[in-house]
Design a protein around this ligand. Structure first.
Ligand code: NAD
Length: 472
């Protein structure tokens, strides 16, 4: 690809001190160069965001909303270009890439429409107490490689509408769509309101510990999230952590096994399983275990696993070599403990291809069950007692999402209420909505994104408590 990508700092598109390869996971080969920041450029980006903050915060919310709306319009106008670049850098099939890009457009629009009005807490006996929400300052937004563009929007929407400025740092294996978004921001926003810098997993800590960064909005692994939290401690920075998950699907005994298997398959294999809230373990009643496993295996065998840029591909490659090796290791271990009934071998071809793989007859202590696989490999587990399966689903350090499948909605909802995670979907999966808060329990996160609660995370509550002047 001849196209040059530049970072955005202080309203200018800049080259880095150096550059690095961006690899297409479908070929295993570099297809573009990404500029790389150094410590001095990180400082410049934070300084630019800090300088831009007072004027941006002083704009009316309607003025900010209009500019955010222009960014979403510009993104929509170039959706095809973004989707194709997203497939090249991330690997997902083109239709799923388009879905992510359009989801980004709608997310940004939803935030442009949100408002926070001052709240009257008391107005009695001459005492007026109001709660206002003021922006925090410079927000560092750090994103992972599975949904490189929409996860930026989940942060950019609330940060900008509430009057903050930003430094965005994408993951090093998927930086290009974020850089393209930076080009759009350069044309629309005042200089410094949004800055985009890239690294090779080495400069994030400079941002999270920077004295002029007021808040860190982080999405990524739990291991890195812990480092972010520790590093933010020094300045008592606000942090939002959206971390890993190990979502369980609990299938109840009143459903049609094959029909629900098809849904569970979709929830496990979309984006090649690389979704924080993908179904990562399925619990199925013993009475329907055989049918359920058979149907999953049939679907897995019918998948078209190929370059996401090819029409008809249903499952693309794993995004990067490190993750590919991790999934392969988990699968090798699982082979010794359970039975692989579909897939099971990485493809012997360039790129990081792993077919949808179904593993049955595993114990709950198998690493494939206990750890976050983040790949297209689904363990299917058997249960007989509902209390027992709820305990097994909850026996995890993670608590992001989960699904319950049942014909009797009251019963399914009652089970959902006993699952200790931030979100439980009943008879559906991945129903994420910009207007509905999303957050993890336990080690899946801290704070949340989306909805009014997500908006609040980018503000400081400011209480004004007034009484009339008392004449002496
Ligand atoms: P990762 O933690 O390796 O990297 C995430 C980001 O952190 C990258 O931009 C990386 O460069 C940066 N980073 C690395 N070291 C850092 C440090 N010391 N300080 C600050 N930043 C640093 O995660 P990943 O492998 O890119 O993403 C996959 C993980 O993300 C999975 O665990 C997945 O479940 C999780 N995820 C969670 C959500 C959610 O909403 N909860 C959404 C998507 C992905």
């Amino acid at each position: 690809m001849d196209r040059q990508f530049r970072m955005l700092v202080g309203g200018e598109l800049v080259d880095g001190a150096s550059s690095f390869d961006v690899v297409n996971p479908a070929t295993g080969e570099a297809f573009a160069q990404c500029p790389k920041a150094d410590a001095a450029l990180i400082d410049r980006a934070v300084a630019a965001a800090k300088a831009a903050f007072p004027a941006w915060a002083a704009k009316t919310i309607e003025e900010r909303a209009a500019l955010i709306g222009q960014i979403s319009d510009a993104l929509e106008a170039r959706a095809g270009e973004f989707a194709s670049l997203l497939t090249s850098e991330q690997g997902k099939p083109l239709d799923q890439a388009m879905y992510e890009v359009m989801g980004s457009v709608f997310t940004l629009r939803a935030f442009a429409e949100m408002r926070i009005d001052p709240k009257t807490l008391r107005d009695a006996n001459g005492n007026t107490i109001t709660e206002h929400r003021t922006p925090l300052g410079v927000v560092a937004a750090i994103t992972p490689w599975n949904f490189p563009i929409i996860l930026v929007m989940n942060k950019m929407g609330p940060a900008l509408i509430t009057g903050n400025t930003m430094v965005i740092k994408p993951a090093p294996t998927t930086p290009l769509t974020t850089l393209l978004l930076g080009e759009i921001c350069a044309q629309i926003l005042p200089a410094g309101v949004v800055n985009v810098v890239c690294d090779q997993n080495d400069l994030g800590a400079l941002l999270t510990s920077h004295k002029d960064v007021a808040k860190v909005a982080f999405t990524g692994s739990t291991a890195t999230g812990k480092k972010v939290m520790a590093s933010a401690a020094e300045g008592v920075k606000r942090v939002t952590l959206e971390l890993g998950g190990n979502d369980a699907a609990i299938v109840l005994d009143d459903v049609d096994a094959r029909q629900v298997a098809r849904k569970v398959y979709g929830g496990a294999m979309a984006n090649a399983g690389q979704i924080c809230v993908a179904i990562k373990r399925a619990y199925v009643p013993a009475s329907m275990y055989e049918d359920f496993c058979d149907e999953l295996a049939t679907l897995a065998k019918a998948a078209v696993v190929d370059d996401g840029a090819k029409q008809g591909t249903t499952v693309g490659p794993i995004q990067n070599r490190m993750q590919f090796e991790k999934v392969k290791a988990l699968l090798e271990d699982a082979k010794a403990r359970g039975t692989v009934i579909a897939g099971g071998e990485a493809f012997d071809r360039p790129g990081y291809f792993m077919p949808p793989t179904i593993v049955r007859d595993l114990d709950d202590d198998a690493p494939l069950v206990r750890e976050e696989q983040f790949g297209p490999v689904l363990p299917v587990l058997k249960y007989t007692e509902i209390d027992d399966v709820i305990a097994r689903a909850n026996d995890s350090d993670m608590g992001l999402g989960g699904t319950v499948w049942g014909r009797d909605l009251d019963r399914a909802t009652a089970v959902a209420k006993r699952i200790d995670t931030g979100t439980v979907w009943v008879n559906q999966y991945l129903a994420i909505d910009a207007n509905i808060p999303f957050r993890g329990s336990k080690q899946s996160g801290l704070g949340g994104e989306l909805g009014e609660a997500g908006l609040h995370e980018y503000t400081q509550p400011h209480i004004i408590n007034a009484v009339a002047y008392e004449e002496a």
